[in-house]
Design a protein around this ligand. Structure first.
Ligand code: GCB
Length: 615
């Protein structure tokens, strides 16, 4: 009977496969904490620069043909040894990549590869009747076509946000199943990011993959946070999905805080709440207190560890839990410089945040795109405030509505994923975008979207500046009007402004009466290369640059934080100098072998002084 039921479900699902099957289901909140079967590990791969596994010789896509068959996603084997069909690929005899992991760092011939690679994983799972199943990828860069047992689930664009498809009724009841992914990291002018960036275009399945199991009606989403600017009011919602979603009881339990509340869902399956919570210990970098929050509905309980804090601005102050704070930050890429390659999971990420803590940080800028969900949970646990960003970077196709839609989707997914993290205090809508009307409209719309989705956090963007011959640095980008922080990237002593010793001649003219948070400054140094303070690329040059930058920045009255560029050296194709760079942006305070450069200690000392002033 179970088989029959599943066959029926499969049949019915097949009828609708044309349209709805290609839509991504709304993201499951805290998906990794559900009952999951990990699909991490070895995935066989085929390099396919001509996309022969996707198009026939007339360049028609196989998955759009009448049968839907013919692509590598069929994972075909010749049927008989006597009369084998012609099949010109074989996943099971192909080499394997480790997932999560970019392909560039796993096979020397893939270091610069941009194009299509197919990845296949076979796995066993026996679906249980009455349960629902979701296939979840933490991230695939950039365009992913995803197939389960030879059938297309959908296509996703965007290299840093989760991808999720419901696969209930699509798993093979015999238990033998396979997933095939066509990952394509080709850059496109109208994509987000666009073709030009200063980081490596790592391709592949770079974050965890799993199948999550859920009851027929389950908790798909929730938000449990303090009300806006209110330290004693807990608000939020629980959202159910499934046939029995309306009129259900849902329990919110924070045992340690003595909070237990039973709620009823409305016709849309949503239960909202707002309760007094006077005795909560607030989360802060000094005391990153997290509570176990349990949400139950029917037989299901979902647990999360959540911290509670407020963040707001008042004039030029940033108030964390009502108290003025200085953001002692550093910028970080989602990259382990020691591989070098994309950070693969908790170990790599913990290393990066531990370095930030050693530097004396209470804050990190997770540039320039959404980072791993694990990174945000670690920031919660380790007591680091977070600036979280979408890859709206440099010259985006401002006039293209599809590009805007793409950016907005990435922003919405970022906020959806991060909304329960106490660490995240800033949503950034972009970096160093050039002035102009279409850009202002695009960016202002993103700001509005971010506020509509989450009005409890600050909204920012890393702006640019301009200079006048009187050595004044002006910050007056009109986008600044709609932002909560004035943040800008400023490269005196590196790209302009002469030698490090000369930059203290600059003064600032900042249009907005808001907290100033310098989103970037810095310069390259090759670890172990020594010279005097005027010798470019030497550790001494970078050290002098930090000393003078900090002097220069201290003249800004509203200075409330900074995230210098950057914690560690990272791979970047723009960085071609054969002696000093070798394909690395060397602005790291830590080298690609984990060595701390001299400037690290300059910033560490400055942060010690800020602790004495503010904490
Ligand atoms: C910037 C960019 C950052 C670059 C950095 C640099 O302004 O925001 O992505 O890596 O400068 O090193 O030039």
């Amino acid at each position: 009977p179970l088989k029959l039921l599943l066959a029926l479900v499969l049949g019915v699902a097949g009828l609708f496969a044309g349209s709805s099957a290609l839509a991504q289901t709304s993201l499951i909140q805290n998906a990794p904490a559900r009952r999951v079967l990990s699909l991490n590990g070895s995935w066989n791969y085929i390099i396919d620069p001509y996309e022969n596994g996707f198009y026939d010789y007339r360049r028609e896509a196989f998955d759009k043909s009448a049968s839907g068959k013919g692509g590598y996603y069929d994972n075909q084997k010749p049927s008989t040894a006597q009369e084998p069909e012609l099949i010109e690929y074989d996943f099971d005899h192909s080499a394997a990549l480790q997932v999560p992991g970019d392909w560039n760092s796993q096979d020397p011939k893939l270091l610069y590869y941009e194009g299509t690679i197919w990845l296949k994983k076979s796995f066993r799972i026996t679906p249980t009747a009455g349960k629902r199943y979701f296939l979840y990828f933490g991230a695939i860069n950039y365009e992913a076509h995803i197939y389960l047992n030879g059938k297309k689930l959908g296509m996703h664009q965007g290299g840093f946000t989760p991808i999720q498809y419901e696969v209930t009724g699509k798993l093979n009841p015999s238990g033998d199943n396979f997933v095939v992914v066509k990952a394509d990291n080709t850059r496109h002018l109208d994509a987000v990011p666009t073709i030009n960036t200063d980081w490596w275009n790592y391709g592949g399945i770079t974050r965890d993959v799993f199948i999550a199991e859920a009851p027929e009606t389950f908790i798909v989403d929730y938000k449990v946070q303090l009300a806006k600017d209110n330290m004693s009011q807990l608000t939020g919602y629980v959202q159910l999905d499934g046939a029995g979603k309306s009129g259900q009881s849902v329990t919110l339990n924070i045992t340690e805080a003595g909070i237990k509340q039973t709620l009823k869902t409305d016709g849309d399956g949503r239960a909202t709440f707002s309760l007094p919570a006077k005795k909560l210990k607030l989360w802060s970098p000094q005391n990153p207190k997290l509570y176990v929050v349990a949400l139950s509905s029917g037989s299901e309980t979902v647990q999360d560890k959540i911290g509670f804090r407020t963040i707001q601005t008042r004039g030029q102050d940033i108030l964390l839990n009502g108290k003025s704070t200085f953001l002692r930050g550093i910028s970080i890429h989602d990259e382990n410089p020691l591989i070098p390659g994309r950070a693969r999971g908790e170990g790599d990420l913990r290393m990066l945040l531990t370095w930030a803590k050693e530097l004396g940080c209470n804050y990190v800028r997770l540039a320039h795109y959404p980072h791993n969900e694990t990174m945000l949970k670690l920031a919660d646990e380790m007591g680091l405030l977070v600036w979280s960003e979408v890859p709206v970077y440099w010259t985006i196709a401002w006039q293209n509505p599809a590009t805007y839609q793409n950016a907005e989707t990435q922003l919405s997914d970022l906020i959806s994923m991060g909304k329960n993290r106490a660490s995240i205090v800033v949503w950034s809508v972009g970096n160093e975008t050039p002035l102009g009307d279409p850009r202002l409209t695009f960016m202002t719309n993103l700001v509005k979207k971010a506020r509509a989705l989450d009005d409890t956090r600050l909204i920012a963007a890393a702006l640019e500046l301009h200079r006048t011959p009187d050595n004044v640095i002006h910050v007056d980008d009109p986008l600044g009007e709609s932002l909560d922080l004035t943040s800008f990237n400023e490269y005196a002593g590196w790209y302009w402004g002469g030698k490090p010793g000369e930059i203290t001649k600059y003064t600032f003219d900042i249009k907005y009466n808001k907290p100033v948070m310098i989103s970037e400054f810095g310069g390259d140094a090759l670890a172990g290369y020594h010279g005097d303070a005027d010798t470019r690329w030497s550790e001494e040059y970078q050290e002098a640059l930090y000393i003078n930058q900090l002097k220069m920045l201290s003249t800004i009255k509203g200075l409330r934080g900074m995230t210098p560029w950057i914690l560690a050296d990272f791979r970047a194709t723009r960085r071609q100098h054969p002696v000093y760079q070798n394909g690395f942006n060397r602005k790291g305070l830590i080298s690609s072998t984990g060595v701390k450069k001299k400037a690290f200690y300059v910033l560490q000392e400055y942060y010690r002084q800020q602790v004495a002033k503010y904490d």
